[in-house]
Design a protein around this ligand. Sequence first.
Ligand SMILES: NC(=O)c1ccc[n+]([C@@H]2O[C@H](COP(=O)([O-])OP(=O)(O)OC[C@H]3O[C@@H](n4cnc5c(N)ncnc54)[C@H](O)[C@@H]3O)[C@@H](O)[C@H]2O)c1
Length: 327
Amino acid sequence: MKKRCLVTGGAGFIGSHLIEQLLSDSNNDVWTIDDFSTGSKDNISHLLNNPKLHFHQGSILNESLLKELIDRCEVIYHLAAAVGVKYVMDNLIESMKINIEGTENVLEMASRDKKKVLITSSSEIYGKNENYPFKEESDRILGSTTKLRWSYSSSKAIDEFLALAYHKEKGLPIVITRLFNVAGPRQTGAYGMVIPRFVNQALKGEPITVYGDGSSTRSFIHVTDVVRNLISMMESKNTIGEIFNLGNPEAVTISNLAYAVKKLTESKSDIKYIPYTQIYDDSFEDLRYRVPDISKISKAVGFKPTKSLEDILKDVIKYYKNKEKCG
Ligand SMILES: NC(=O)c1ccc[n+]([C@@H]2O[C@H](COP(=O)([O-])OP(=O)(O)OC[C@H]3O[C@@H](n4cnc5c(N)ncnc54)[C@H](O)[C@@H]3O)[C@@H](O)[C@H]2O)c1
């Protein structure tokens, strides 16, 4: 069936892969809005000639533009956000405005004609909870508001509350997904994301810099596994009004991740450990573990990660080697 989809943040890392996947189905027409704050036209340049893609440069805070696009579409994938703890800590006011006001704009406008909205939330929601793997109803354990890193987690929690409220009070069909460390080609290391940062350091022969002692663990999921399941969650009626973790439960320590990057790039780079206080301010708190329980999403849409950490690293290395070649 022909479908008109809006992707906010479509020039971003995940958004560009989502658009590509949506356009691979010739029934879809895709509209997208992006202000290039962290995304880039390069991410979608190979798609811009496709007559089924309608790109608009602008902000989700521009209500008239957003309304025009929502009016044209039947479903909304809401990805535009200030992303990542480091970026948010460097842009505090603007980030909260985009993540809270921007999301409410999307929900309010979508609610007029009850168009289904998929909200991309984050594993940051669970905060310092060490009772992992995290289930969707697990507690959120956060530090003081003086520790500014929690503003990202809190802004995403407000997004979730808003979406659930619009669902309950206005009958808006929503689905919320909490993404756990997505990685793959086109992710930039400029805002602190660890895999592209390590790969670029290794390829340049610079020290691979691990923040802290490297014993924290993360679980990474390939972006192609994510976008296929974002579409499944949008298409399934079982997902309305629900929250789903989306990630790969296999965890790796950051130290082992650095060694894996060094090995796969055949780099001579040293691995260097840097205290958090040199990167963030004294108030920074690390999250030691972030492992999803994926039983709910597996049951709802048959989700299963298909790509390993090694697949992810090989794809990212290939992407950056290619980028270097093309200058
Ligand atoms: N990458 C991850 O591991 C991860 C983890 C958890 C949650 N998420 C969520 O997934 C979504 C996509 O993240 P991503 O990793 O692709 O990051 P990204 O920074 O590449 O994508 C975000 C996009 O939104 C755009 N944007 C920002 N503010 C905007 C505004 N006001 N108006 C229009 N566009 C705007 C940016 O330019 C960028 O293209 C975000 O909502 C993020 O919070 C990502």
